[in-house]
Design a protein around this ligand. Sequence first.
Ligand code: 0O2
Length: 272
Amino acid sequence: MEIQLWRSLLDPYALAVKELTLKFEHLRQEHKDQDRYSPIEQVRGRVKSVASILEKMQRKNVTMDRMLDEIEDIAGVRIICQFEEDIDTVADLIRRRSDMRVKSEKDYLRHIKESGYRSYHMIVYYPVETLEGAREIQVEIQIRTMAMNFWATVEHSLQYKYKGDIPPHVTDRLSNAADAIIMLDHEMSEVRSEIMDAQVSSQMQMNLVQEILNTIENLYHLTNQREVAKIQDEFFRIFRLKDLDRLTRFQRELDIIAEGYRAQEVNFNDAG
Ligand code: 0O2
């Protein structure tokens, strides 16, 4: 029997997971930087353990030569959302991307699994560059809410503990918990727009404060330090008011002062 070199075999999968995790995290950051609500709350990735691959091959009767084709979740990325509505948004984002191609989709939101499992799955082809050249890797992307993820994580641990044969009294509890999770996601969706507004405002404030402090720091290097100290005092006074409009006005005024000194664009950490 041919010897399997698992580490080299799985290496491109590790690269795909790293790249995709970084890309989805970047997408989340882009939303935040532009004061927009991010449908992505958290990103996680993993390469399936060899033990888990072997177990799945046995269960599905897959031979070694068919493994890379038929075990579709060797590379796995999980995208966690706050609200159920975000799941469709993320799935759409993925369908529109030019750096991956969707192979198949499974909707366990509208077709809940018998276990109570809910999630949206997409298998995508993703190209990676290796020493041997370009390769297309299959990656399973699971998209689910935080609440769905909590349930799935707990259920997965119990499946492991009871080797797939969870006793009925625990199954009943899990089933009740799955119903409660549906309710919870539904309730959160009802106040979604309020929560989104609150989060966008808080992000806007964080971005504003960062911009103001950058400008103050740039001014510090360019102008009279006593003047800058006065500006800083005024900033602290306005910051304490917790009034986003006042903070926005202050930033505009500061920009005008900074324009005079061309301080806005200067990043002293990058200079020289
Ligand atoms: P791991 O440890 O997460 O890698 P299947 O026959 O159901 O095992 P299939 O047909 O390849 O798998 O695809 P499916 O149904 O989309 O499931 C793939 C993955 O979804 C699973 O991988 C789990 O991560 C998750 N999943 C599917 N069903 C359930 C469930 O009932 N409970 C939980 N907690 N997770 C589920 P693995 O290989 O099972 O595990």
